[in-house]
Design a protein around this ligand. Structure first.
Ligand SMILES: [Zn+2]
Length: 298
């Protein structure tokens, strides 16, 4: 069971969001800024996302009439503006995902510059202000939460505090949280990227993806929320995407699910609360005011 399940539109049993983080080659540039421009193999591995996988993914979504959420670093929007345009033209959502995939922990104290620079890029390239955010490497900090609230954003998708969407409450205001988890993220399954410190054993497509489908079945049975956090250059590759596509086809035929963008889910949560039909679990921030260990143990 899950506590306070969300009543989904039209009696659907589960909400499904297939979210993509389109990091492209930002990962190698932020990791190796001195010589990334000459590291052609990781650049090409990342560029596979916008150049090869994205058209494939958008084609699938068009055929199944799905609208989904994409998180894209600002630099990637500037570098691949045609891809951003194609995503928006099909009615999908683009969320904030840092400027060059900078880690908010490693850039603590400087996040305002990175965060607001990215908002400017969204305005310039996408013509709109993003409503949602996902922290690069999930490393959200209080600094970023405060910036999101200050800039009128409505949800984060970086934390792991519940099975279904909930609310983050701070002294400054509130945000929805669309919770992520490593069990529905393709990084541990498919990322083999020595240059940035990952040497994962690459799982076979059906073996790797089978864990996702087990996560879905549990969420479906509980009336919950199933979100994939995947990357075009990993799961958008031919054999893996073929399997995701087959899963979408089968699920649409045999299950009663609501495929939605995270922004649509936030709308739905707003409406339920306005009508007094449901209340989210509220997680209060900050968890701690400072370092937990005040002195060094003797
Ligand atoms: Zn990312």
């Amino acid at each position: 069971m899950i506590r306070n399940p969300i009543p989904w539109p039209n009696g659907a049993k589960c909400a499904v969001a297939i979210t993509f983080d389109m990091d492209a080659d930002s990962l190698i540039h932020i990791a190796k800024p001195e010589d990334s421009h000459d590291r052609l193999y990781p650049i090409s591995m990342g560029r596979y996302g916008p150049m090869v996988a994205l058209p494939r993914i958008l084609d699938t979504y068009r055929r199944f009439e799905l609208k989904q959420s994409f998180f894209i670093p600002g630099w990637c929007l500037e570098t691949y503006p045609d891809v951003a345009e194609a995503i928006l033209k099909d009615g999908h959502e683009i969320g904030h995902h840092g400027y060059l995939h900078e880690d908010p922990i490693k850039t603590r104290g400087q996040q305002r510059t990175w965060f607001e620079r990215t908002l400017d890029v969204h305005q310039r390239i996408c013509g709109q202000h993003p409503t949602g955010y996902r922290a690069p490497v999930y490393n959200i900090t209080q600094e970023v939460v405060d910036l999101m609230i200050e800039h009128g954003m409505r949800y984060d998708s970086s934390m792991m505090g519940d099975d279904i969407p909930y609310q983050l409450q701070t002294k400054q205001g509130a945000l929805y949280e669309m919770p992520v988890h490593w069990g529905t993220d393709d990084w541990p399954l498919f990322a083999h990227y020595d240059e940035i410190g990952y040497m994962m054993p690459v799982a076979g497509p059906s073996h790797g993806l089978s864990g996702f489908w087990e996560e879905f079945e549990a969420q479906y049975d509980a009336g919950g929320f199933f979100m994939l956090i995947i990357h075009p250059f990993l799961t958008g590759r031919l054999a893996r995407w073929k399997q995701v596509e087959a899963w979408i086809a089968k699920t649409r035929e045999t299950k009663d699910v609501w495929f939605a963008t995270l922004d649509e889910i936030a709308d739905h949560m707003d409406n339920l609360q306005k009508q007094g039909l449901w209340r989210p679990f509220v997680d209060r921030l900050p968890y701690y005011d400072g370092p937990i260990l005040k002195d060094t143990p003797k």
